[in-house]
Design a binder for this molecule. Structure first.
Ligand code: FDM
Ligand code: MG
Length: 256
């Protein structure tokens, strides 16, 4: 599946500046001797709920998620946006360390128990996530609740049961699914020794992901050249950031 978009970055940015100039001029009734900056745009009353965007990258192991996340982060940062790069599982917390030893096959846990730990690992970051977004920081997140449900339901757990502990977490503004067949991903090599990095299991995960697509999803063909993926990603991410900057309310999982 390929993603096509007519909305260009330059159009989006231009619109932001023109809108800010127009509303400032009319409310202050004076000529601006300067080009309004993004800060001025955010202080405008109409944009009081302006915020950063929650951008999530999802896909099978070896689909290129992690390198695209870091390229995207670097680009946004260089452009002067307030942005942070996050990932789940966040292995730095106590819960994250339990998850990490499970994935390394050093700890053995019931499938339900590890599912709840992955979820708890997101809940322990939820408040910080909301604070960052409300303060105008965009978060580029490598895996989120969709990984949680796709991987656990691929083991045979009920999908609705898997979704339940995720209810109330912040819903992403955009989920980018980097689409690759399990066979092609495996051909790329570089599967580590972690628990889920096996072709037969990844096939089941791919099927689970298919059931999770919702209106926040965009699909990019992960077999395209890296630069092409990067360009498509930037375009849809900037589009989503523009909408959030204009004051899109935060919402919660799961969207209908
Ligand atoms: N994973 C990741 C889950 O099973 N549930 C989750 O909620 C999340 C976030 O953990 F195999 C799986 C997916 C992957 C593994 O992720 C570690 P990384 O991105 O390969 O570190
Ligand atoms: Mg991995």
């Amino acid at each position: 599946m390929r993603y096509a978009c007519n909305f260009t970055i330059s159009k989006a940015l231009k619109f932001g500046v023109v809108a800010a100039q127009g509303s400032l001029k009319s409310s202050l009734n004076l000529k601006l001797p300067f080009k309004p900056s993004r800060n001025i745009h955010m202080e405008n009353k109409e944009n009081s709920s302006s915020r950063g965007a929650l951008i999530v990258l999802e896909g099978l192991d070896r689909c290129g998620k992690t390198s695209q996340s870091s390229r995207l982060y670097k680009y946004l940062d260089e452009q002067g946006y307030s942005v942070e790069s996050w990932r789940f599982p966040d292995r730095n917390t106590g819960v994250g360390q339990m998850i990490s030893s499970y994935l390394a096959n050093q700890a053995h846990l019931d499938d339900h128990a590890i599912h709840l730990l992955f979820s708890a690992n997101r809940w322990e970051k939820r408040m910080l996530m909301e604070e960052k977004l409300r303060s105008g920081t965009t978060l580029v997140v490598d895996r989120y609740s969709y990984s949680g449900v796709a991987f656990s339901s691929a083991k045979g757990l009920d999908t609705e049961w898997c979704k339940a502990p995720e209810i109330g977490l912040l819903a992403p503004d955009l989920v980018v699914y980097l689409d690759i067949s399990p066979e092609k991903a495996a051909e790329r090599g570089g599967y580590g020794g972690e628990r889920y990095e096996q072709l037969e299991f990844q096939k089941k995960v791919a099927n689970s992901y298919l059931t999770l697509h919702d209106s926040s999803w965009k699909v990019i063909d992960a077999t395209l050249p890296v630069e092409d993926i990067e360009e498509k990603l930037r375009e849809i991410v900037l589009d989503s950031m523009t909408i959030c900057q204009k004051g899109k309310p935060l919402s919660q999982l799961w969207p209908s």
